[in-house]
Design a protein around this ligand. Sequence first.
Ligand SMILES: Nc1nc2c(c(=O)[nH]1)N[C@H]1C(S)=C(S)[C@@H](COP(=O)(O)OP(=O)(O)OC[C@H]3O[C@@H](n4cnc5c(=O)[nH]c(N)nc54)[C@H](O)[C@@H]3O)O[C@H]1N2
Ligand SMILES: Nc1nc2c(c(=O)[nH]1)N[C@H]1C(S)=C(S)[C@@H](COP(=O)(O)OP(=O)(O)OC[C@H]3O[C@@H](n4cnc5c(=O)[nH]c(N)nc54)[C@H](O)[C@@H]3O)O[C@H]1N2
Ligand code: SF4
Ligand SMILES: [Mo]
Length: 692
Amino acid sequence: MKDDIRWVKTHCARMDHGGCALLVGLKDKKIVRVKGDPDGFLNKGYICPKGVASPDRLTHPDRLKHPLKRMGKRGEGKWKRISWKEALKETAENLNKIKEKHGAKGVAFGVGMPKGLEHFVLIRLANTFGSPNIIASQDVCHAPREITGVHTCGFYPVADLHHPSKLILLWASNITSTNEEGEICSMLLEQIRSGSELIVVDPRKIDLVKNSKTWLQLRPGTDHALALGLLNVIIEEILYDKDFVEKWTYGFDDLKDHVKKYTPERVSEITWVPPDLIRETARLYATSKPAVIQWGNPIEHNIHTFDTTRALICLMAICANLDVPGGNVNAKDPKIMGLGPFVRADLIPDKRKEMISAYHGVIPRLMTVAPSFFKKAILEGVPYPVKGFYAMCGNPMLSYADSRQTYEAFMNLDFIAVADLFMTPTAAMADIVLPVASQFEIDDIGHYGLGHGFILARSKVVDPPEECWPDMKIMNELGKLISPEEYWYDDYNQFLEDVVKPSGLTFSQFVEKGYLKGPERFKLYEEKGFRTPTGKVELKLSQAEKFNLSPMPEFHGLPEEDDPEYPLILTSSKSQYYLHSSYRWIKRLREKRPDPKAEIHPSTALKYGIKEGDEVIIETRFGKITHIAHLTNIVDSRVINASHGWWFPEAKADSLYEWDKSNLNILTSAEKLGKEFGTPNLKGIGCKILRK
Ligand SMILES: Nc1nc2c(c(=O)[nH]1)N[C@H]1C(S)=C(S)[C@@H](COP(=O)(O)OP(=O)(O)OC[C@H]3O[C@@H](n4cnc5c(=O)[nH]c(N)nc54)[C@H](O)[C@@H]3O)O[C@H]1N2
Ligand SMILES: Nc1nc2c(c(=O)[nH]1)N[C@H]1C(S)=C(S)[C@@H](COP(=O)(O)OP(=O)(O)OC[C@H]3O[C@@H](n4cnc5c(=O)[nH]c(N)nc54)[C@H](O)[C@@H]3O)O[C@H]1N2
Ligand code: SF4
Ligand SMILES: [Mo]
């Protein structure tokens, strides 16, 4: 029997970085089903549990539907409904007042994980207002990989899973749970089915270990040492690609001398990975051509991220796996509008010198401010005071390191506006809360500005409820009140047209096509050299001194020194069923993972008298939280794997939804930071556990 469901094509978003092409089933103007679209060039029909549940967030009874103004004290949970006109006026007046007193840089604009085109409209809003301060989670998400790449080889070396690789080195990437930016696990699984070998570098026995040839169960936070150990073996055993090294690298002899000290035996002591396994992995990576490194997020979760990403790019380079099909490539964008003109970067030519992080001497090209520097500016006035915050698409009370300090910082701001779909611990700290329209309710462009060489059409399929506005519309209207009107449009949809215009398409023609991909071109360096000062891959950074960077990747020690008071090592991973701190309120996802789970090895649990399902306290030098014990041998007996992003939407508003009960970032600190990106230690932290 033919049902009366109408199927509309779009792309998934906001349940992770997005990427899957979807078929959205509509009946009576309501979404009744979502399934993977077999035509999707990334997912080929695949869909994950979050994608299936994604429409549930739109019709949830707790969804914000009207602008709100704070009534009681900050964080007390007392609100009054106001009109959009009032909300925009009040926000504009407060931001303008701060600008008059402290200058535009006294206002910061905050965003979480990049979700869609609104990310770049926010940067435009900051630029037109005159503030150089965009606060983003880039310090712990992608900037180390991207910007270290640009300094080392002139581009961000993205794993090319579209072409066959002999070997996939899956390094700190739980891709069957997270799907990562621009990389859907179905692509990787297809490669394995077609004969690619797999090596996993992960402290946990993740699902893909069963498909792997070898698994390197390293000590969390020692990735830089392991990568240096692999370099040592490949160079000592002369397994590198001599031709490529000779023609296309700078500083090889220095690197050769430098890595001599990282013998497999020494590296094994640091990483816990047996020396023979280090040798075997190095040999396999160097002799399988092409080989790709699918690198994940935890390599960006400690203060040594610059050294780790540098060492991994050196590995790609000396084995000639850079910019070859099935290796780590320089993905070319399609013909679309460049980021600079879109965000109006021309309006603050001195942004690099004026932004908060300039004071901290971060790596050139990092154009967002690390949250830890932002909080210092609020709490200590360093390098200047920040008093106002416009935030969207993020939940900093959960996502920034040292959550108690985040609370403290927000209590010290004069004005906060937060745009979200739901009341969160962060929205609950605001003066004005703005209800947004989101995925399926807005036209949007996915993967713009992310360096993967494609953009995806995310077309609107249903109308938003009540007074929910797209972020782009909110900022387009707010922009008219806080900056010259000429920078803004009558209709915000013009932003979508602007992005695709250079391709010769209108937005609706782009939607028809579904996506735009850049040309597939490899080894471009053979024509133009690498886009670095020496024109080569800089194994040794030629401008290290000028930029106060370490010329060679180095092992500077563990993220934290061992401390007998905290004998276990804390790491974490993202849940398959949630996106960071989001969506605990979606019933069919919460049923799959009702509690914050701590993975504990059975022998460790026995030692501390902990049984499956017990409430446990996890404590570090910085704080303590509660989790539920899950006994499993997927972790080493010296490691605890905790869950990131937990708060309880069902808890009371005046407790800020129990924001501090199980929140992983209560256990982290924002004091000790990597100097290149301002990255804190989120992993590899000493901890202890006890039964509650
Ligand atoms: N300890 C620890 N800390 C971490 C991490 C970790 O692994 N461990 N991971 C880090 C990483 S990689 C990242 S990227 C960050 C992520 O940090 P955040 O981006 O701050 O975290 P999310 O939970 O994704 O917050 C998203 C919020 O945006 C809202 N939202 C969803 N769609 C829309 C929309 O269309 N418009 C608006 N205005 N709001 C929307 C959601 O309801 C939610 O409240 O956290 C980082 N922090
Ligand atoms: N379901 C879901 N998908 C997501 C997200 C989400 O929150 N939920 N977030 C999105 C975002 S913003 C990002 S950045 C990506 C992140 O996605 P991933 O890169 O996969 O990041 P994680 O899940 O944090 O960790 C990946 C793996 O690294 C391991 N690991 C932990 N510590 C270490 C370590 O010190 N070294 C090594 N080598 N491995 C370690 C963990 O055990 C885990 O298996 O996922 C995106 N997709
Ligand atoms: S893997 Fe990501 S893009 Fe694909 S359906 Fe799931 S949440 Fe959406
Ligand atoms: Mo991220």
